[in-house]
Ligand binder design. Structure first.
Ligand code: HEC
Length: 260
């Protein structure tokens, strides 16, 4: 009988020590919620809720000279995958064969699917970009593959200054560092914010260009009204290629009749 009492007591003690996961999760949730609130500049956790991706006017870090619109997003989607922009490859066999998406592969989270992305000088694709290899006639030092690993372009609206080093952009962390804007960072003197500065340099670096062929043969000029596009493109026309003009307080680029 004494044994039975002991066992009963032991069971009572054990069951009172029982781990209560519900209670623990609830207290962790509360702790997390108060930490989020504490860290919110507005003291409201909603500050950290991201806007929907088509809620253009609420996307952060927009360049006031170049606000995001539905039309520009549609145009950007075309250009990101446009191998026709591959106008200035090292050798003709790679002419019009690469684009931003050669290195930023959407199905790989906008990363290359291998250590380095290869645009010009690359050949083939493989599963999700994993087996792009050296194109005929190129040696390794001639291909466009950057020393640093590519970054994703997902949610880059949250980036103020781009690249691993934050080099690009005349805004935010780079304000007051003008004396260091030399070499690649020279583009910051245009006054553009991080993403635009990145794209201007990215175009040159990745051997992409917009020229008469892209504009007039591929039909971009038909879809984008010329008067609106030209101030952005022709001010710095050099040889057969167009470069973006300085930011101007001009009307936003309007794209017409894009059939998507
Ligand atoms: C040859 C491969 C390659 C191609 C082609 C390429 N990128 Fe990148 N991209 C990179 C690499 C590598 C980095 C990171 C470089 C660094 O930080 O030094 C990067 C960084 C970026 C970033 C910065 C992201 C951040 O969070 O700071 C953006 C934006 C971007 N690329 C957009 C583009 C666009 C748009 C194009 C086409 C116009 C393009 N890239 C073409 C390799 C590539």
């Amino acid at each position: 009988m004494r044994h039975i009492v002991y066992i009963f007591l032991l069971l009572t003690v054990l069951s009172s020590c029982k781990h209560d996961p519900t209670f623990e999760i609830q207290s962790l949730d509360e702790e997390l919620q108060s930490a989020i609130k504490r860290n919110s500049p507005t003291n409201d956790p909603k500050y950290f809720v991201m806007p929907e991706s088509d809620d253009y006017k609420n996307l952060p870090n927009q360049d006031p000279h170049n606000p995001i619109t539905k039309e520009k997003v549609a145009l950007g989607k075309l250009l990101f995958f446009e191998t026709g922009l591959a106008q200035t490859p090292k050798y003709p066999n790679c002419y019009e064969t690469y684009s931003c998406s050669s290195c930023h592969v959407p199905s790989k989270g906008f990363l290359p699917g291998r250590f380095q992305g290869i645009a010009d000088g690359g050949y083939g694709y493989g599963t999700l970009g994993s087996s792009r290899s050296l194109a005929d006639g190129y040696v390794e030092t001639e291909i466009d593959a950057q020393g640093n690993r590519p970054m994703t372009v997902m949610n880059v609206t949250y980036m103020t200054n781009t690249l691993w080093s934050g080099l690009f952009g005349a805004n935010d962390k780079n304000v007051g560092t003008q004396s260091l804007w030399v070499g690649l960072a020279d583009v910051n003197h245009t006054g553009y914010a991080g993403l635009e500065a990145q794209n201007i340099e990215g175009f040159k670096l990745h051997r992409l260009a917009i020229n008469d062929k892209v504009l007039y043969t591929f039909g971009y000029s038909r879809d984008i009204s010329k008067e609106i596009l030209e101030p952005f493109l022709t001010v710095r026309k050099k040889g057969p290629c167009y470069f973006l003009a300085k930011p101007v307080a001009s009307p936003a680029i309007k794209v017409h009749h894009l059939a998507l």
